[in-house]
Design a protein around this ligand. Sequence first.
Ligand code: AMP
Ligand code: ZN
Ligand code: FE
Ligand code: FE
Length: 286
Amino acid sequence: MCCDLHTHTTASDGSDTPSELVSLARESGLSAVAVTDHDTVAGIPEALALGAKSGIEVLPGVELSVVSPQGTMHMLGFLFDVESPELVSALKLVQEARAARNPKILKRLQELGYPLSEGELREIAGTGQVGRPHIARAMVAKGYVRSVSQAFDKFLKKNAPAYVPKSILSPREAVDVIHKAGGVAVLAHPISLDFGTFDRLEQLIDGLVRDGIDGIECFYSEHTKELTDFCLKICRRRDLVVTGGSDYHGKAKPHIKLGKGRGGLCVPDWCVEKLKKRGDKIKCRG
Ligand code: AMP
Ligand code: ZN
Ligand code: FE
Ligand code: FE
């Protein structure tokens, strides 16, 4: 059976509510689903409650943006205590950084001749964490760009004219806060590290192992078989847990299907068992 350990809801930039996501996971025949919203755990209680009622295993998760020497680095946390005071206060800081960043991006866009108001942005984002995908959608709605990907390419991606960095946690700080909450820390989608060669990727991962990561997201919608196999090999050699997920965002990324990614993804459900074992060890240690 397959599971999906990387998904987004309306608590961040996905289009499904936590309940819709869990229902879809159950209907899709997945054995388990982890909710991993960007920098928030606000969707977890609703997802866990429906999971308990409807008989699909739901894992608490989070995807933290961290400072990266190159590319984009995201750290997944799994199976933590949602109410951990350390986690709650770290998320508060991260959310404040995010909230401070959005007006800066809007100011850049204004200077570039593409004004957008905070109200227009909020209308698109709803009540969840606001991020660049919402700004991109607002730009499409205004007719400034043809598509979300064009908004990223021309304005919002790293080093583009309206890009403003947001991450405030170092990888080590992210790992520590996940561990303090009793959770398992996993490097998300290594593809986004923009690593160039596999040797460089291995160097980056070795640095993260020194920072204390527990695992790597080897199975991922945008990974080639070669990259997946390379990550699996590193996990075997370094005794890291293997996870995987689609990075489902619902209508916000319509080409990515829950559990299936671009079509060929199946994250084996043994990932969940190993993840839970590692989680138990971390909780014992703490
Ligand atoms: P933020 O949290 O504001 O930094 O935005 C991160 C989100 O933007 C993630 O969900 C990414 O999948 C999405 N994203 C990053 N680059 C692109 C892109 N080129 N096209 C569409 N979405 C993107
Ligand atoms: Zn996202
Ligand atoms: Fe990510
Ligand atoms: Fe994600």
